[in-house]
Structures are given as C-alpha cells and as structure tokens.
Design a protein around this ligand. Structure first.
Ligand code: G3P
Length: 223
C-alpha cells in the first residue's frame, strides 16, 4: 500500500471491458494517468488478468477470489492463480458478489498469506465496523442503490460517507477508506476526498464512456 489517494477502476463484466476491449481500455487508462500523483488500480475480469497485467504497468487486482487452497475446487477462483496471472490484490465482497462474514475473513487471511492486497466492499457502517477488524488494506463503502446510477454517493449521501470515514478511521487508522457508487466526474472524486476518503472505486462512468481517457484524466487530477 502506498499511502497515495487511489482510483480503482472496476471493469465488471461490461462488454466494453472484456477480452481485447479490456486491453484497449487498459491502454487508454494508462495513457490518461501518465504523471498522476495518485495510485491507479485496474480490476478486469479474472479471465483477462494475464492479458491486462502483461499489457500495462498499472497495478492490477482481481474482482474476486475464493477462500480456497490448491486442490479440488472446480470453477472457484484460487488466490494463487490470480497472483500467478499478475494480480497484486483483489476486491472482496463486492455488492454484486457478496460473501458471508466468515468467508470474507478467510479470504482476507488467504490473501495476506500470499501478499495480495485486499479491498473489501461493504454496504453499511455496521458492516464496515465488523470487516475493519480483519484489517483489510482498503475498505470500500458503496451504496448498492447508487451503483451504476450516475448519481454519486459523494453528492447523494455525503453525511453517510463522512460518518463512515470518520468512524472507521478513529478505531482502525491502518485501514484506508474509499467510497464508490455513481462516481462520475473529477468533482465527485474531489468531494469524496473532502469527505474523508482516500480515493474512489468507479466502473460505469469510465467503462461506458465514449471517451474513457478524458474522464479518467479528469478523475486522476483530483487524487
Ligand atoms: O465497483 C465499483 C462500483 O460498484 C460502482 O459502480 O458503475 O456506480 O461506478 P459505478
């Protein structure tokens, strides 16, 4: 972890961010963030990890990993495998891929054993307080209702974001707080940081944009 403000770009399973499209998008992002003060993380689909991590020099995370060890787990995602394919960390418990608390705990543990960084997503302060005890590198506060809405959490729920950041930081200063959902502009990144976050998690505003490079450049300016 670098201590810099962070922009995490989640490619989700959008067509615009799948396979060769993912590679084009990653190249455009790399070009856009040249010279930024912040940290940029790409989270492509697990099937694209190898291609993306070998194409750009930005940090690459998996969108999910399972709390398993090598062996018989057909179709599950092995943390060792994402590491071998160039990921240096993983998102865990995204709103679109929720896990039980005990599974989150063992996944964070497995990642730590392998030196993989962790971004654990939560939907409420209550959930955040439970997960912060696991000491993930990043705790991402995302309101599921605002995800993909174009309505930024920083504008729609500024008090909740501020309360989340203040409360978690007080008891768990080593956990870096970020927020996401509907983040659409440089202004939204700026506001999130003013509210006490050290960065944002973004998907649709970048991936679905006709000019991803321009929007990434604008967001990266505020890190
Ligand atoms: O992981 C990022 C996320 O769920 C927010 O999505 O499309 O609202 O930026 P979006």
């Amino acid at each position: 972890m670098s201590g810099k403000n962070i922009l995490v770009i989640n490619f989700k399973t959008y067509r615009e961010a799948t396979g060769n499209n993912a590679e084009h998008l990653a190249r455009a992002i790399e070009h856009a963030v040249n010279g930024t003060k912040g940290r940029i993380v790409l989270a492509p689909q697990v099937t694209d990890l190898h291609q993306i991590s070998h194409t750009v020099s930005l940090d690459v995370f998996s969108q999910h990993v399972d709390p398993i060890t090598p062996g018989s787990h057909t179709g599950w995602i092995l943390p060792e495998s994402v590491k071998a394919n160039g990921a240096i960390g993983s998102i865990i418990n995204h709103s679109e891929h929720r896990m039980e608390l005990d599974k989150i705990e063992s996944t964070v543990k497995r990642c730590k054993e392998l030196g993989l960084e962790t971004i654990v997503c939560v939907e409420t302060l209550e959930e955040g307080l439970k997960i912060a005890k696991l000491k993930p590198d990043y705790l991402a506060y995302e309101d599921p209702e605002l995800i993909g809405s174009g309505r930024p959490i920083s504008k729609e729920k500024p008090d909740s974001v501020r309360e989340f950041a203040e409360t978690i930081k007080k008891d768990f200063p080593e956990v870096t707080i970020i927020c996401g959902a509907g983040i659409s502009s440089g202004e939204d990144v700026k506001k999130s940081i003013e509210l006490g976050c050290n960065g944002v998690l973004v998907a649709s505003a970048i991936v679905k944009s006709h000019n991803p490079e321009a929007i990434v450049r604008e967001m990266a300016r505020y890190l």
